[in-house]
Ligand binder design. Structure first.
Ligand code: APR
Length: 280
């Protein structure tokens, strides 16, 4: 990321009134949430996430899939929003028509100060029945979130001790039974081969169609149809600014490519757009 690129992206952001911020797994990488294509750790090493995240995998071995999502959910509860999440909240605080669209299933945007992101791939925190779709309560073994409520702007305190939490069970885990029909409860996420929730997809397409800047952050732009959201904005003439340490298929349509981690680039972008803003 060079000074002129940052200045140009800052100019585009400062001129925007209805920006869209479109985020993927790289947004949460600096919070310690592994990106989907990262190597898995521990006993999950021998499984390919793309093979666990399917309806067929859940049919064949519900305990394996439920256990994997429970491990991910516990990992997310221990994570904190990073300065990138706070910068996105700062953009929305400055430009209230900002729409945040995420492919992530964690809750770090909400905990970072964006109350209602459009969720294209569901949430780790909204399980439902695999047969009748009735919402199911979360298993009650969760520790409280690791962080206090955070303000819209301001640095994430680094080096603070993470509160002690009991080590959760890690491994295959039989999913709870639906209170209505008794079928296994499933994670409330979108699996490979499943349709995206239509209300979220419609809201995302509408926002991308009407935006005057699209900021894409931390996505490989390989998974469709979500990856089409920046293309919709570009096709209708909105400039696209990308934040990613490496090139992606979106590079060619971007007005500016800011190469670097979201937790550093986004706060710098906010400062470039509004140099007079309080440091937080
Ligand atoms: N800051 C910004 N970007 C980062 C960072 C960082 N600190 N670290 C990694 N990245 C980038 C990577 O370079 C990569 O381009 O984040 C991207 C992560 O890509 P994926 O793991 O493919 O995640 P994503 O694009 O969100 O995947 C889309 O596919 O796997 C499914 O449903 C899952 O929602 C997910 C979807």
């Amino acid at each position: 990321m060079t000074g002129p690129e940052l200045a140009e992206a800052g100019r585009l952001l400062a001129a925007a009134r209805r920006p869209v911020v479109f985020t993927g797994a790289g947004m949460s990488a600096e919070s310690g949430v592994p990106t989907f294509r990262d190597a898995q750790t521990g006993l999950w090493q021998r499984y390919d996430p793309q093979e666990l995240a399917t309806p067929a995998a859940f049919r064949v071995d519900p305990a394996l899939v439920w256990g994997w999502y429970e491990a991910r959910r516990h990992g997310v509860r221990r994570a904190r929003p990073n300065p990138g999440h706070l910068a996105v909240a700062a953009i929305q605080a400055r430009l209230p028509e900002t729409v945040v669209i995420t492919q992530n299933v964690d809750d770090l945007h909400e905990r970072g100060g964006v109350p209602a992101p459009v969720r294209l791939h569901g949430s780790l925190f909204a399980p439902r029945c695999s047969a009748c779709a009735r919402p199911a309560p979360l298993p009650s073994d969760l520790p409280p979130p690791a962080d206090p409520p955070v303000p819209h702007v301001g640095p994430v305190p680094h080096g603070e001790p993470v509160p002690h939490v009991t080590e959760p069970h890690d491994g295959p885990l039989t999913p709870p039974a639906c209170a209505g029909c008794g079928a296994p409860v499933r994670p409330g996420v979108v699996w490979f081969g499943e349709a995206l929730p239509s209300a979220a997809l419609d809201a995302a397409v509408e926002a991308a169609s009407g935006c005057d800047l699209l900021l894409t952050v931390g996505t490989s732009a390989l998974v469709h149809p979500a990856a089409e959201i920046p293309l919709v904005a570009a096709r209708l003439g909105a400039p696209v600014v990308q934040v990613n340490p490496v090139p992606t298929p979106l590079d060619a349509i971007c007005a500016v490519n800011l190469r670097g981690p979201a937790g550093e680039v986004l706060p710098a972008l906010v400062r470039a757009a509004w140099p007079d803003a309080p440091a937080g």
